[in-house]
Write a protein that binds this ligand. Structure first.
Ligand SMILES: [Mg+2]
Length: 185
């Protein structure tokens, strides 16, 4: 996996505890126009299916700030579609992150927006961070809302994620400390 570290494929642009701790106004000021947001454990835990009031309020604010939002999830169509329709945003289901295809599909919904104006938000290094970086988008990584309902393949990704974090710590301690990655759950 050495080459991946050399090209900083696992380095997030920012780390925040939750989607509610992100300064969206600052992103707007920096010219960000499109947010690609992961669903499971980023917006809601696996054992819930609908947006709660806090999420509704957040999406209203994002709309008011002028962001385009696409929900991008590896989960199946029924779950992702129902959630996104409820919030009146577009979505990509079965996105196959960290492959590029799902991200590029999401981007193709807003072709006038440049790569530098896209921010990916998600809870996993192996899917969201790696995939977003592969497409040269900025990635904001957040803590998983609730770990205990995660599926077997996500548990494997979490093990790899742990190794990624210890690798970043070893190779680039200033970055690791500056982004407080020791706090990542
Ligand atoms: Mg997730």
């Amino acid at each position: 996996m050495d080459w991946l570290f050399k090209c900083k494929a696992f380095y997030p642009f920012l780390y925040r505890k939750t989607v509610f701790d992100i300064d969206y106004q600052a992103l707007r000021n920096e010219g960000v126009k499109l947010l690609m947001i992961d669903l499971d454990n980023t917006l809601i835990p696996y054992d819930e299916s609908q947006p709660n009031d806090q999420i509704r309020k957040l999406f209203k604010e994002l709309k008011e700030l002028g962001f385009k939002v696409v929900i991008i999830s590896n989960n199946h169509l029924d779950r992702v579609e129902a959630f996104a329709n409820d919030l009146s945003v577009l979505f990509i289901a079965s996105a196959k992150k960290p492959l590029k295809s799902g991200f590029l599909k999401a981007h193709s919904l807003y072709p006038e927006i440049k790569n530098t104006e896209v921010v990916v938000i998600g809870d996993q290094f192996m899917t969201d961070v790696l995939g977003g970086n592969r497409c040269s988008y900025k990635v904001i990584v957040v803590d998983a809302i609730k770990r205990n309902a995660e599926k077997w393949y996500t548990r494997i990704n979490r093990k790899l994620e742990k190794r990624v974090l210890s690798r970043i710590k070893k190779l680039d301690l200033p970055f690791y400390q500056r982004h407080r990655l020791d706090e990542k759950r």
